[in-house]
Design a protein around this ligand. Structure first.
Ligand code: NDP
Length: 289
């Protein structure tokens, strides 16, 4: 049975023709025992795309919410990620099965390599395993996360397969213009993680944000998410309450002007919140919640 969502999120087309909702719900740092309820609320608010990771230790909560909801599987877009500990061909194939088991699903919509971990020098071999998973039909699309341009160019040169998305840190405090340009050149969709910069006050209270919010009768969070949407990025904000989930998905009825877009892009005050992909070895997400 299918339920009509309150707000319909537009799709963005990934290379290969798979349609991905441009806005989804992220569940990083959601305690495992709270994940099912939070995702269930999100599905009720109209979210159809959920972003989790094996390292978040809450895939089973996502799966539980999906099983409890009456949303058709075909209407959902479920992403999870291969943890840094499971790089390498055989380990990646085995980990994919474990994630499917945790989620209670028989296919994924998008499977990502969480970090390149260049220190291991296994990301090409790992990418080859994801290519085989996609060929088997058990992941509709495959991509990467936290890859720099040199990592992207290397996997494309060595395998001939371009990742559908690169999920990277991106928010008004760290706008990633150069990386976005490289994605456009390579045909990769940019997916912004920590799109709200984890609610950093330097951004939420910046005049470029508060000014646009007042002009459009929207909240700071809505203006920031709209900026990502108009850049052509996929966004996956995390929000704990149904009120904030509803607020964050309600960004498809207004448009920022060119001047507002440019002023937000120029904020650039925060820099990275998370790890540097060139050197990152362990998981910042791998906390004992
Ligand atoms: P976000 O930028 O989404 O910010 C989340 C924070 O903002 C939470 O503290 C939340 O509070 C708060 N918030 C949410 N909505 C509002 C609102 N409308 N007004 C005010 N505050 C708000 O940060 P995340 O780090 O969670 O990133 C989002 C997702 O990106 C993750 O959940 C994960 O899926 C993905 N991610 C991927 C990474 C990777 O390496 N690939 C790394 C980090 C994140 P509250 O929860 O209390 O509502």
């Amino acid at each position: 049975m299918s339920v009509d969502p309150i707000i319909v999120v537009p799709d963005i087309e990934l290379a290969g023709g798979v349609a991905m909702p441009q806005l989804g719900l992220g569940v990083f740092q959601v305690p495992p025992e709270q994940t099912s309820a939070l995702v269930f609320d999100g599905l009720g608010a109209g979210y159809r795309s959920i972003d989790t990771a094996a390292a978040y230790r809450n895939e089973s909560g996502v799966g539980d919410a999906i099983a409890r909801s009456n949303v058709d599987r075909a209407e959902l877009f479920i992403t999870t990620k291969l943890p840094n500990t499971e790089h390498g061909h055989a380990k990646a194939l085995a980990q994919f099965e474990r994630s499917l088991g945790q989620l209670g699903l028989d296919y994924l919509d998008l499977y990502l390599i969480h970090w390149p971990v260049p220190a291991f020098d296994l990301y090409v071999e790992t990418w080859q395993a994801l290519i085989e998973i996609a060929e088997s039909g058990r992941a509709r699309a495959i991509g990467v996360s936290n890859f720099n341009v040199d990592h992207l160019e290397r996997i494309v040169a060595e395998t001939g397969v371009v990742p559908a998305v690169n999920q990277v840190e991106l928010h008004p405090g760290f706008a990633q213009a150069e990386l976005r340009e490289a994605h456009e050149r390579l045909g990769i969709v940019t997916e912004s993680w920590s799109p709200l910069a984890q609610a950093d006050r330097r951004i939420f209270e910046h005049p470029a944000i508060t000014g646009a919010a007042a002009a459009h009768d929207k909240t700071a969070a809505q203006v920031i998410l709209r900026w990502h949407i108009q850049l052509g990025c996929v966004v996956i904000p995390k929000a704990s309450s149904p009120q904030r989930q509803a607020e964050n998905i309600d960004v498809f009825d207004f448009e920022l002007t060119g001047e507002e877009m440019a002023a937000i892009e120029a904020i650039d005050v925060v820099g990275r919140i998370g790890g540097d992909p060139a050197t990152f070895v362990t998981q910042p997400e791998d906390t004992d919640d």
